[in-house]
Design a binder for this molecule. Structure first.
Ligand SMILES: *Cc1c(COP(=O)(O)O)cnc(C)c1O
Length: 227
């Protein structure tokens, strides 16, 4: 069996086990984070049945999207967004997880080409106290959600977070549960939101326990990043 298919099965086993131990009947969506991996590897994973892929660098992602346009894949942008990259993202991606300020939200909305499906948007919540961490505070997130709900070229789908890395399950859980509280609260105002994107290779089990609906796994699926 190839390395890739072993990884794929292993990750699915971990997801099933975590779902079972936290009493969840529906598994979260699995997003394969393919940043810094070549298009051939994405194609190999797609051949195993993987549909959703995540990219963190606009230019690199768009190149892969073009190379793999013959496959019916769904592409998620999950990296930090510079204002001068919003057009590229709005023109090529299906989802954006990392919208963390109003200016970026407005540009994505304005630059989504007519005739495309609405861009599926998650708002990135700041979790943890480090000043350098990206993400919006709760008040800004709520303002952005209200704005997004009125845009015809954007469909607001939920919340994403990247908690500070910690090897400790209890610490991971505490951060992830903060995001779940904000997500549930936002859903009171915006009942159609359905996506809470959290959980990476290291905190996958805790994220499932905390209520993630979308896991973003890179290393444990595709191995160490190649370039
Ligand atoms: C790289 C990245 C991931 C995947 O991380 P791994 O530790 O390789 O699983 C998930 N989410 C975001 C936002 C990333 O940038």
């Amino acid at each position: 069996m190839s390395r890739l298919s072993e990884n794929w099965q292993q990750v699915h086993r971990r997801i099933s086990a975590a779902c079972q131990s936290s009493g969840r009947t529906e598994a979260p969506l699995l997003l394969a984070v393919s940043k810094k991996h070549p298009a051939e590897k994405v194609a190999a994973l797609a051949a195993l049945g993987q549909v959703h892929f995540g990219e963190s660098y606009a230019q690199e992602g768009v190149e892969k999207i073009k190379q793999l346009a013959h496959l019916s894949l769904v592409w998620h942008f999950i990296g930090p967004i510079q204002s001068n990259k919003t057009k590229l993202i709005a023109e090529h991606f299906d989802w954006v997880h990392s919208v963390d300020r109003p200016k970026v939200l407005q540009r994505l909305s304005d630059q989504r080409p007519a005739g495309h499906q609405p861009l599926q948007v998650l708002l990135q919540l700041k979790v943890g106290e480090e000043v350098s961490k990206s993400g919006a505070d709760v008040a800004t997130l709520k303002d952005m959600a209200d704005w997004a709900a009125k845009s015809a070229s954007i469909e607001l789908r939920g919340v994403m977070c990247i908690p500070p890395p910690s090897p400790d399950h209890a610490t991971q859980l505490a951060y992830l549960r903060q995001a779940k509280v904000v997500f549930d609260d936002l859903r009171q105002q915006h009942p159609k939101i359905d996506t809470l994107s959290m959980g990476m290779s290291q905190d996958l089990a805790a994220a499932i326990e905390a209520g993630s609906t979308c896991l973003r796994v890179g290393t444990d699926l595709l191995g160490p990043r190649e370039y």
